[in-house]
Design a protein around this ligand. Structure first.
Ligand code: ADP
Length: 305
């Protein structure tokens, strides 16, 4: 009988421009590691990172609580969380913990849960951080690759990304406001023009086609969003310069990673990712903001280690 399980789950980027709340991509940039151990009773979280330790307020704790209830598990659980994904930068930090917790719980209690249901449980964890359930980051972090979250009926569709796809991410050194996700949602328009919706939909459809055809250029050049990005970009100092510089340095497409403030550039192996990163750094410097950059590839998702 299994008494403990360790799972690593990756960072992720949500939206990919026009796919707001629908698209996600797992990123081989940072990982959270969670060890779940059976105990006598109750749910306890241990971590030396600055995250909430109360189960209901921690994305992983909330997942374990819900799964314990749903599967009528009698045993208690201890969660040991090692954060690798920086929290609040638009890289799916709470989602990585939630995904790792769902996959670890499934393995620990030998439940054999199907992938859609695993994502549903992981999504519950987002209530602890974002205040509402959303599945784009958790789906990517759990299953890996590029994911499309269909909500009605609920279904997560995974597509294997092309091997040539490379991502350059600039993570600005900014203070993250409390309730960042709620703030970045509050600036979004309540209504949109039909013509804007058509333009975004055409780009979103081309992104899916690009992943299906393994065509990096089609993916990258379709990362264009005229609805969410214009409403949010003022929250990121230097955004337009970072984007302009990255495109000039050869990026195919550039957008806000999730709710920001990180900015992600899509490019191919044959471009010069280092040049794109230094162009993004200069863009942030124009607004007197320092940033860290990282070059990465898509990840295969959460794994038991
Ligand atoms: P991002 O996707 O930008 O990383 P998140 O949705 O992960 O943002 O939100 C980060 C917030 O979630 C932080 O304020 C943090 O306190 C809270 N949070 C709750 N549980 C966790 C967790 N296990 N890991 C990281 N952040 C968590």
């Amino acid at each position: 009988m299994v008494s403990s399980v360790v799972v690593r789950a990756p960072s992720s980027t949500a939206n990919l421009g026009p796919g707001f709340d629908v698209f996600g991509l797992a990123l081989d940039a940072f990982y959270d590691e969670i060890r779940l151990e059976k105990s006598d009773h109750g749910i306890k979280i241990q971590s030396s990172d600055t995250i909430p330790l109360v189960p209901e307020k921690n994305s992983a704790g909330l997942v374990v609580k819900e799964m314990t209830k749903k599967f009528k598990i009698k045993s208690g659980v201890v969660l040991k969380i090692k954060k690798g994904v920086p929290a609040g930068f638009g890289m799916g930090s709470s989602a990585a913990s939630a995904a790792a917790a769902a996959v670890a719980f499934d393995a620990l209690f030998e439940l054999n849960i199907d992938s859609n249901t695993l994502v549903k449980f992981a999504g519950i964890g987002e209530r602890a951080s974002a205040g509402s359930i959303h599945y784009d980051n958790v789906a990517a972090s759990t299953l890996g690759g590029f994911v499309i979250v269909r909500t009605d009926p609920f279904n997560v569709i995974k597509i294997e990304p092309p091997k040539e796809l490379v991502l350059c991410i600039a993570i600005p050194n900014l203070d993250i406001p409390m309730k960042k996700t709620q703030i970045s949602r509050s600036v979004l328009p309540n209504e949109i023009k039909l013509s804007d919706s058509i333009r975004n939909l055409s780009n979103a459809a081309a992104i899916v086609a690009g992943f299906m055809k393994k065509d990096v250029e089609m993916i990258g050049t379709s990362i264009k969003d005229i609805i969410v990005e214009p409403a949010r970009q003022h929250l990121i100092p230097g955004f337009s310069q970072v984007k302009k510089n990255a495109l000039y340095a050869g990026a195919l497409g550039v957008t806000i990673s999730g709710a920001g403030p990180s900015i992600i550039a899509f490019t191919s192996k044959s471009s010069n990712p280092k040049k794109i990163c230094s162009a993004m750094e200069k863009g942030f410097m124009s607004a007197k903001v320092k940033c860290n950059t990282i070059i990465c590839r898509p990840s295969n998702g959460a794994i038991v280690v």
